[in-house]
Design a protein around this ligand. Sequence first.
Ligand code: ADE
Length: 225
Amino acid sequence: MQIDIITAVPELLESPFNHSIMKRAQEKGLLTVRTLNLRKWAINKHMQIDDYQFGGGAGMVMMPEPLANAIDELQQEKKYDEIIFMTPDVVSFNQRAANALSMKENILIICGHYKGIDERIRQKYVTKEISIGDYVLSGGELAAAVVVDAIGRLIPGVLNDETSALFDSFQDNLLAPPVYTRPADFRGDKVPEILLQGDPKKVEEWRHEQSMQRTRERRPDLLDE
Ligand code: ADE
């Protein structure tokens, strides 16, 4: 999968994909993340990419021309399965949306800044809008990093134990069960006996019960879906 990200602040995306699982995914050749500085397509020598909004009001708007030129150029290289705009204006991203995006080959993500991007770019180019929650970030970059991480780890072969993503919270609309590691007795708090007995069927049943209980207590809304 190749993910291209257009941003006015590429520095914000320097680190998130260079560690841990995202780094490994790229080293294995399963994922390529490319950060593209929008200023490369700025309209003048002042590197302008934003301007005042028509009709008045505080805050700058990202101009259509640099974005359109960037997208046109990138589309000559390849066809994108989705052109995504990061915005708080839609219902929140979730595991189901991450699963669906992890099946795509080529994704372009546009990060907004200031008041947002000119509406004509949204109408003409954007195929999907993604919010990571009902709060306003100062730009789309951190949200884009969240989305890339969530979908990157689902690409087959990225996780060492491929089945492990199957047991993540939300994969079957249930929260994950509690997990334990050594020591079996930590300052008097003991690991549930069933996990030490070595009966995989009983362990599986116990985990399912724990998932159900946890979901009922913390996120009953998931059980209604
Ligand atoms: N840009 C600003 N806020 C955002 C949010 N909550 N999700 C996605 N992109 C954003």
